[in-house]
Structure formats: structure tokens, C-alpha cells
Design a binder for this molecule. Structure first.
Ligand code: G3P
Ligand code: CA
Length: 286
């Protein structure tokens, strides 16, 4: 990237509110989405799963145990049953310094409720989650997007770790921009990065052909920065190569301002963050 292009990209970098402003309020619930909007996030990031009665809901984990007062797999419950759960009190217990009484008893939301509440004014960045459990979720998701006219309005994006899910969306409606999420394991003994599924070799080994395969359906890639042990899996060269190949690069999940500055220096076009306010500070400082 030349200097001019870098500067232009940086000022446009997207603030993607990861599960809403989930550092400040219970993830994917109304308070987290409202706070993300107050913080001027560009996108509301939503993990989408299906209930037992085939309704699309915003929920991250396959199990409801961590973020509600229920237990078991989300897909075993109907929407009516899920609506009875308290999806907020866990946050107050986990983060007493950020607790708020109004979070108690907040509900799991359907994607339709979110679209209805915030409409065309907001941008929605949905992830097709755990598609081995949520079979055939792409068609109802695309239908809902089309019903609201959000494909034409251009305020939706769909991301997934599951390549076949993105390809299915692309077949259903090729005007919805797609982002291929990426994940690399690091070998604990050698520190080497390993090939991920059949989608990408280690970041340094990605060829033009690997990028071209993803470009068949996706406009962007969503790599992580760190492995569990803190090893960084991508660097500036990787980001710039992906940018040169024409991709948006949205890195997850970045919560420290120092990392935000560094990644913006590398030329990323967006960051998933639990703290949209911190990223706004960083963008203001630059
Ligand atoms: O979607 C980007 C990032 O959210 C992927 O990780 O587990 O938080 O959905 P996860
Ligand atoms: Ca996600």
C-alpha cells in the first residue's frame, strides 16, 4: 500500500461492535446494541443461531449456560422457552464494576426483532454460527434480509468460519457482501502455525490462488490477531498482502487501544471490538 492509500483506509476503518458493545452490557441484548449505537459503531456484530422451532436468534455459544440462567443447547429450546430466560444477570455477576440493575432479566433477541427495532439506519454484520447445529439457516436469513430490503439498502454483511455457508448465501443472493472468518492453530511445541481446514494454509504461506478462491464469494477476510497463548498469527505483511488482493480486512477481537493503533498502522479496514468507545478514541487520536 502506498502512504496515501493507507491514510485513506485508516480514516474509513469500520468500528464493528462485537456482539454489540459487549464490554459494557450483556452481549447481543438490547442494552449492548443500544450502547453500540450510542458509541457510533458502524456495525452491530451478531452471532446467529436457530431455535428448536427454527427462529433466528442472536446468540454466541452453542450452550445457553454461560450467558443465561438456563442450561443445555440453544437449539433444543423453542423461542417461547428461550424468551423466559434471563440473559443479563450473568453480566452483573461477572463484571460487578460494570453492573447495572437494568440488565437483569433482559431477553434473547430474534434477528427480526433487532431489524424491526433499529431498521435501515443501522448496519448489521451477522455471523452464521455453528452451521453443523444450525442446518439450513442461510435461507431464512437471506429471506429476512430481503423482506426488510436490507440487501438493496446495503446495510448488511454476513460472516462465517464456514465456507460452505457463505457459498450458500452467495448462491441465494450475490449482492450481500460476505466475509470469510479465519482461524489458525499454533502448534504448542514448535510455535508453527498450521493449515486451517482446507481454506487457508498458514498466513505466511497464502498464495494468490488461495486469496482468489476466497474472492470467488467474499469481499473481506476476518482473521484473528492472537492464538489462545498470545502468539500473534498475523502481521503487517499479511494485512497488506490481503489489502493488495483487494480484500477488506476486519480483525477480531481487539479491545486494547495499543493494538487498535498498531492494526490501523498495518492497514486493516475494520476491527471487531467489545469496546467501540475505545476504538472511537483511537480514531480520534490519529
Ligand atoms: O465474528 C468475529 C468474531 O466474533 C469471531 O469470533 O467466537 O466471537 O464469534 P466469535
Ligand atoms: Ca462472531
Amino acid at each position: 500500500l502506498n502512504e496515501e492509500a493507507s491514510e485513506e483506509d485508516e480514516s474509513d476503518a469500520d468500528v464493528i461492535a462485537h456482539r454489540g458493545a459487549s464490554g459494557h452490557a450483556p452481549e447481543q441484548t438490547m442494552p449492548a446494541l443500544e450502547k453500540a449505537i450510542e458509541m457510533d459503531a458502524d456495525w452491530l456484530e451478531l452471532d446467529i443461531q436457530m431455535t428448536a422451532d427454527d427462529v433466528l436468534v442472536a446468540f454466541h455459544d452453542d450452550e445457553i449456560d454461560r450467558t443465561t440462567d438456563g442450561e443445555g443447547e440453544i437449539g433444543d429450546y423453542t423461542l417461547e422457552e428461550l424468551k423466559e430466560l434471563d440473559a443479563g444477570s450473568w453480566f452483573n455477576e461477572e463484571y460487578p464494576d460494570r453492573a447495572d440493575e437494568s440488565f437483569e432479566g433482559v431477553e434473547i433477541l430474534t434477528l427480526e426483532e433487532i431489524f424491526e427495532e433499529f431498521g435501515e439506519d443501522e448496519n448489521y454484520y451477522m455471523e452464521t454460527k455453528s452451521t453443523y447445529l444450525n442446518e439450513d439457516m442461510e435461507e431464512p436469513m437471506v429471506e429476512l434480509i430481503e423482506e426488510f430490503g436490507f440487501d438493496e439498502a446495503g446495510n448488511v454483511m454476513i460472516q462465517s468460519f464456514h465456507q460452505d455457508s457463505l457459498q450458500t448465501v452467495h448462491e441465494l443472493n450475490d449482492s450481500i457482501p460476505l466475509v470469510q472468518l479465519l482461524w489458525w492453530e499454533v502448534d504448542e511445541e514448535t510455535g508453527e502455525m498450521e493449515e486451517w481446514l482446507d481454506i487457508t494454509p498458514a498466513p505466511d504461506d497464502m498464495t494468490e490462488e488461495d486469496f482468489a478462491d476466497i474472492a470467488e464469494y467474499a469481499v473481506g477476510i476476518g482473521p484473528h490477531l492472537e492464538y489462545y497463548d498470545g502468539t500473534e498469527v498475523i502481521d503487517e505483511t499479511f494485512v497488506q498482502t490481503a489489502r493488495d488482493e483487494g480484500f477488506d480486512v476486519h480483525v477480531y477481537t481487539i479491545n486494547e487501544e495499543e493494538d487498535m493503533h498498531r492494526l490501523l498502522d498495518w492497514g486493516v479496514t475494520g476491527l471487531f471490538t467489545d469496546f467501540p468507545d475505545r476504538m472511537q478514541n483511537v480514531l480520534d487520536e490519529r
